[in-house]
Design a protein around this ligand. Structure first.
Ligand code: GTB
Length: 212
């Protein structure tokens, strides 16, 4: 049975790898799993066939036989549990790697999403220019502490793990704002993630769709 994921038929970023199917593709590549992609339009995402798999009408989804998943954190965790390469064998190290996955989606990603909302959905509101610097500072505070924790280390906790995969994916989302470059330690960490062959393959695959 081949794994099938969904992705944007046409990503709003034109293939810069910012849509969340990229992190799932990356996990599939790191664990050596072949996969198919079903491309969906914005309209199809809100139709019953897609809503049966993704209750919120979004991408990506993951289907493998009779298992259907949504939420990238859950999909990456499932892959990491099923296949070698993304979680350490030692129980404590594994628990710490999983903790970093949660930190990525639950502590670092929320203010980054707030910035997108503040810019693109609320940018025309009269209070937008007062709100923007507040959101930017909340991101800086998180990045400052993450950068301090990473320090001189290559990855967040020993060898590269699903925690790094999720954290790098989340940080990529803030790079266009310029905030990531204020933290050279984190910018270099993201570059190390991007340099991984599995990431390169994942990026190229989503770009090929959007460049076509
Ligand atoms: N928490 C869910 C997860 O992690 O899986 C969030 C899924 C999600 O936000 N999906 C987005 C979606 O389907 C695509 S990735 N949106 C359509 C909708 O809600 O109707 C978010 C995204 C979209 C576009 C860019 N971009 O163009 O730069 C970046 C990220």
């Amino acid at each position: 049975m081949t794994i099938t994921i969904t992705a944007f038929e046409r990503s709003p970023d034109g293939g810069k790898g910012l849509a969340r199917d990229t992190r799932v593709r990356w996990a599939l590549e790191e664990t050596g799993q072949p996969y198919d992609v079903r491309l969906v339009s914005f309209q199809a995402m809100k139709e019953p066939a897609h809503l049966r798999v993704h209750p919120f009408g979004q991408i990506p989804t993951f289907e493998d036989g009779d298992l259907a998943l949504f939420e990238t954190g859950s999909i990456v965790f499932h892959l990491a549990e099923q296949h070698a390469g993304l979680l350490p064998a030692d129980a404590n190290a594994r628990a710490r790697a999983i903790t970093w996955m949660f930190a990525a989606v639950n502590t670092i990603e929320p203010p980054i999403l707030e910035l997108s909302i503040a810019k693109f959905q609320e940018g025309d509101k009269p209070w937008a220019k007062d709100r923007l610097p507040l959101v930017q500072d909340r991101i800086r505070e998180r990045l400052r502490r993450l950068s301090a924790r990473l320090g001189e280390s290559e990855w967040l906790d020993g060898a590269f793990s699903a925690g790094d995969l999720m954290m790098v994916s989340v940080l990529l989302r803030v790079r266009p704002s310029g905030l990531l470059d204020e933290f050279p330690t984190l910018a270099a960490y993201v570059a190390r993630g991007e340099a991984r062959p599995a990431y390169q393959r994942a990026f190229a695959a989503q770009l090929a769709i959007n460049a076509a």
